[in-house]
Design a protein around this ligand. Structure first.
Ligand code: ADP
Ligand code: ZN
Ligand code: MG
Length: 490
């Protein structure tokens, strides 16, 4: 089925709610002491608890609860003083217990929100319905073995890995907004050190609920839930496709079925997988082997007090106190380490105005280029030292061109800006006395241009400045050269 024309799609409004699973970065699993490691030999990090042996009892990992609480606070949720685990029963080969331990009617936290930034800088709040804890299942491996055409293998290393599920309100209205939500969510989790959210390692997984309704209509349309979205880009493409598919159905006089669909990245389409399952299919009941989770008092207050500044707030502060542009603030706060690097650079450069914006340009330009895609931890120049260099440019001690040379030497040697500058003799000549001599020589050698200037053709000034720069091998301060020249030419 071809996607309907844009004008047709424009008659409808899309409604999207996301369910995101985030793996908590604990050392050990949520209900046993098995290590959580990616890429270990299959079925080596398992024990009676995570294998679901009869009689083995789960013990809740306190570090997992603390991370889940941090995540909930980062999403501005109300943390419930008591929450409860429940068994979600279903049969699947990678689920040895026969049930997942999750939270159902008494989740860890509710009523949150996440601010997203759209293209053009527009901001929007997306409601977060709930955050709850659960354990992960194992992994079915359908290919890669000689007899994979006949068998599926199961690796249970992942079984029992701590997860949180973050359920959003149906507040998003386009694939772009969903993409921005995922980006913002990942940033918050990374700022909090709750998860690295590496999708290639399955640390962040997303299901998208999508429906459409005629514009102006209040009642929500029937939704389809799309699974298997293993990158943000795929999520955006799948939602885009699904919106078109649903509009096509309705315009063709058909109805959208409530169902679970799978996204196929090769075809770019979603395909029906099964009709929607309902909560009662899972026979939820309270987990009898675990006591309610109580989070409150000093513990909760302690976590709250230790919360770092979050990306959305940091962005606003960077714009206000350093005068950054929206886009630059966005880039510099996308990663917590990078934001801290920038801030140290800006402070060392003088802390405000021109110097701070110059610091932003240097971090986003030359420093990023020097990183060649590596993380900021690998920065070849310390923030304080880059700040010193930026301060020297801001004060006119060196030109931007010299700064680039100095920066390259700093990255090679690890030396400070001033030390490199002095050793390489890259100091900018701003002193009028020192410049006058050179200017006199240049004027003596360019009688034609002097003549032209004096008869009103002031554009030859550029030529004269250029000659002085050449004579000083680029070390003259262009501003100072200009002044000396003007004075000499009367
Ligand atoms: P279910 O009972 O089918 O699991 P929920 O009410 O629990 O549905 O919602 C699951 C997710 O689907 C949430 O993120 C929610 O915001 C979203 N959602 C609910 N209704 C719709 C709808 N009509 N269109 C799009 N998303 C929806
Ligand atoms: Zn175990
Ligand atoms: Mg639900």
């Amino acid at each position: 089925m071809a996607a309907p024309a844009d004008e047709l799609i424009a008659k409808y409004e899309a409604v999207i709610g996301l369910e995101v699973h985030v793996q908590l970065g604990t050392r050990t699993k949520i209900f046993c002491g098995c290590p959580v490691v990616f890429g270990a030999a299959a079925n080596t990090n398992v024990c009676p608890v995570c294998l679901g042996m009869p009689g083995a009892l789960p013990v809740l990992n306190g570090a997992a609860v603390e991370m889940a609480v941090k995540a909930a606070l980062g999403l501005k949720c109300r943390v419930n003083p008591a929450s409860r685990f429940a068994r979600k029963n279903y049969f699947y080969p990678d689920l040895p217990k026969g049930y997942q331990i999750s939270q159902y009617d008494e989740p860890l936290a509710e009523h949150g929100e996440l601010e997203i930034t759209l293209e053009g800088g527009e901001r929007k709040r997306i409601g977060v319905t709930r955050v709850h804890m659960e354990d992960d299942a194992g992994k079915s491996i359908h290919d890669g073995f000689r007899d994979s055409d006949q068998y599926t293998y199961v690796d249970l290393n992942r079984a029992g890995t701590p997860l949180i599920e973050i359920v959003s309100e149906p507040d998003m209205r386009s694939a772009e907004e969903a993409y921005a939500y995922l980006t913002a969510l990942k940033e918050v989790m990374q700022y909090l050190n709750v998860s690295e959210c590496d999708m290639e390692k399955g640390q962040l997984r997303c299901d998208a609920n999508v429906s459409v309704r005629p514009r102006g209509e209040e009642k929500l349309g029937t939704k389809a839930e799309i699974k298997n979205l293993n990158s943000f880009r795929f999520a955006r493409m799948a939602i885009e496709y699904e919106i078109g598919r649903q509009v096509g159905l309705i315009e063709g006089g058909e109805k959208v079925e409530q169902e679970t669909r799978l996204y196929n990245a090769d075809t770019g389409m979603t395909v029906g997988m099964r009709s929607k399952e309902h909560a009662h299919d899972y026979r939820y009941f309270p987990e009898p082997d675990l006591t309610p989770v109580r989070v409150g008092g000093d513990w909760l207050e302690g976590i709250r007090r230790a919360m770092p500044e979050l990306p959305a707030e940091k962005r606003k502060r960077f714009i206000e106190s350093y005068g950054l542009r929206e886009y630059d603030a966005q880039v510099l706060t996308a990663d917590r380490g990078l934001s801290e690097y920038f801030e140290k650079t800006a402070e060392a450069a003088g802390g405000e105005g021109n110097a701070a914006r110059l610091a932003a340009n240097w971090v986003m330009g030359d420093l990023m280029a020097a990183l060649k895609g590596a993380g900021i931890e690998a920065a070849p120049v310390k923030a304080e030292r880059l700040g010193e260099l930026v301060a020297m440019i801001a004060k006119g001690e060196i030109s931007g061109k010299m700064a680039k040379e100095i920066f390259a030497r700093m990255a090679e040697t690890g030396d400070g800006a001033r030390a490199v500058m002095e050793r390489e003799g890259l100091k900018q000549i701003s002193d009028a006395g020192a410049l006058e001599k050179i200017v006199d020589e240049v004027l003596a050698a360019s009688p034609k241009q002097v003549e032209q200037y004096r008869s009103g053709k002031t554009t030859v000034m550029g030529f004269l400045v250029g000659q002085v720069m050449k004579a000083t091998k680029g070390q003259a301060n262009p501003g100072a050269v200009n002044e000396v020249l003007k004075a000499k030419l009367g």
